[in-house]
Ligand binder design. Sequence first.
Ligand code: FO1
Length: 319
Amino acid sequence: MKALQESVLALSGGVGGAKLALGLADVLPQGQLHVMANTGDDFRHLGLHISPDIDTLLYTLSGKANEVLGWGLAGETWSVMDALERLRGDTWFRLGDNDLATHLWRTAQIEEGASLLQITDTLARQLGIHSHIHPMCEERVSTIVHSEGRNLPFQHYFVREQCKPAVTGFSFEGIAQASPNPNVMALLADEAFSAIVVCPSNPFVSVDPILQIPQMWTTLRDCAAPLVLVSPIVGGIALKGPAAKMMSELGVPVTALGVAQHYCDLYPDLLDYFVIDESDATLAPEIASLGVEVAIAPTIMNNLGDKQRLAQCVLGLVG
Ligand code: FO1
């Protein structure tokens, strides 16, 4: 494939997003991939600032991710968690011994006044990553899951209660005071990107927190680079995580069409291309009637080849 002269911006959260981000990093020339990461999952725990979606990207793009767990580091040990358990401490959120170094280092940097943008860039360099990883914003934004009269901090919903509560909605605390990552905004203003790729992440808790930062989605809509979104729902299921369960609880059809409808309703004219799996090809005409170009590709990523192939398909759409 001819090398794209400019760079590509990907939006990513969770495991599904990181898989395509890795595929994009592999097929693009070094340093031409920029990934804007959701930070709505971030939270303070045991006195540490934890940024799960940034760390999933850091570990995935450096080849160190724990592919069994879908988070944290491969080959991890759990001595600190075991010792904390003996102290009757909070161990519901599993922090491996090596992963803890990331949280200790990040928290110390924050206490010394470093920004999340700087910290993330330093971590990427220290891990030998050539792609650029950008937190969606500097400000604290916290995803809250609304369920049966309760407002659950995201990690309490996702980990402590194992996504069991039925969701009625979401809110993003602090988002009104947030501004899009200025480094990404500057690159968008310079028309530095040849494509914008929304990875197959959870629409509600991985992509919406990014797009709903004031000025974010309209800036993405108005820039020249076409935007390609890959459906996280394939054949009526979410390949990883609670997206399908959330959709059914919210009364959204658990289909690629339901996903397309979500984005077209909330962000009119944002999508240029919508990529669906071959198994959902019959939905193409209905999705096209929403005003987006539909592309059909193998979107299930089980190995590195799948990730690279999907990345090639996505970038092929924008030439
Ligand atoms: N997810 C879990 O289901 N259980 C855990 O114990 C857990 C620990 C954890 C530690 C560090 C980290 O960066 C992520 C961790 N995750 C865990 C995943 C985390 O909940 C993410 O928010 C999800 O991957 C969704 O993006």
